[in-house]
Design a binder for this molecule. Structure first.
Ligand code: ATP
Length: 252
């Protein structure tokens, strides 16, 4: 089954085409990567899929429904969650509270309302708290639940963002450069976490520059160059594709 399908997906900015008529089929289940040189359009593609920016042309289907004109929180409700390239934790809030904000699209309240009513939220929404605790357990941060998010190490803040995205049990998790800035031990722990998430039944689509990480982890790899999809295949196929080697991987 195809979980996510883009057809002719295009985003133009003045003078340039950031994402250019991209057709992409992401099967349900598994770990899928988008790679490509700086400026190839990877983050813009994620912004289009999550609804952060509207497309100039083309369509996006998710789990059989057209989502092209839905707002980000509507897509979140359908099961699309994401993290961002730059860390976006709420430093002054606790780790657990940060995870709770990941449920805001699934509740009737807005994020500022939830933050304003966190005390009541805690009493009234035990189920939400339990889910947040499960998400923290998933990423290995249970012991830090009551710490301020700002006190966490960089790698732990990245894991917190994944917990916040996972708390709503999304069908699709978009990870934008999850290994960026991580040391080798943190990267290894992240790979184990992404595999755990796959085992949990969530389909993972990630953008990443760390080729060792991508090639070890991914079931399929989509390669972008100048906004165009130039290849999609298994890591082994991508490694021997001349167009990919020329555009991105470099001569061996
Ligand atoms: P990187 O690997 O460096 O993160 P990327 O593949 O994620 O790059 P994007 O960030 O999607 O690439 O950018 C694709 C192109 O679109 C770039 O040329 C970028 O400058 C341009 N671009 C992205 N967002 C905007 C914007 N809001 N306004 C104008 N141009 C933009």
């Amino acid at each position: 089954m195809i979980l996510l399908q883009t057809a002719g997906l295009t985003r133009r900015y003045a003078g340039l085409v950031a994402v250019d008529a991209v057709d992409m089929d992401i099967p349900a289940g598994g770990i899928h990567a988008v790679i490509g040189p700086n400026g190839a359009g990877k983050t813009t593609l994620f912004n289009l899929i999550s609804g952060v920016v509207p497309p100039s042309a083309g369509t996006i289907r998710f789990a059989g429904s057209a989502v092209t004109s839905l707002l980000p929180h509507e897509r979140a409700r359908l099961g699309i969650a994401r993290t961002f390239q730059n860390i976006r934790v709420f430093g002054a809030m606790t780790v657990l509270e940060n995870v709770l904000t990941g449920l805001h699209a699934h509740l009737s309240a807005t994020l500022p309302e939830i933050v304003a009513r966190l005390g009541r939220f805690r009493r009234e929404e035990r189920a939400a708290v339990d889910r947040a605790k499960d998400a923290l357990a998933l990423v290995g941060l249970s012991a830090r639940a009551d710490a301020r998010a700002a006190a966490l190490s960089y790698g732990d803040q990245r894991r917190l963002e994944i917990a916040r995205a996972m708390v709503a049990e999304p069908r699709l998790l978009l990870l934008d450069e999850p290994a960026a800035g991580m040391n080798p031990a943190e990267t290894e722990a992240l790979a184990a976490l992404v595999r755990r998430i796959r085992g949990f039944g969530t389909t993972v689509l990630l953008v990443e520059h760390d080729m060792g990480f991508v090639m070890d982890l991914s079931d399929t790899v989509t390669v972008l160059n100048f906004g165009r999809r130039i290849f999609q295949g298994t890591p082994a196929e991508v490694r021997r594709e001349p167009a990919v080697i020329e555009a991105y991987l470099g001569p061996k």
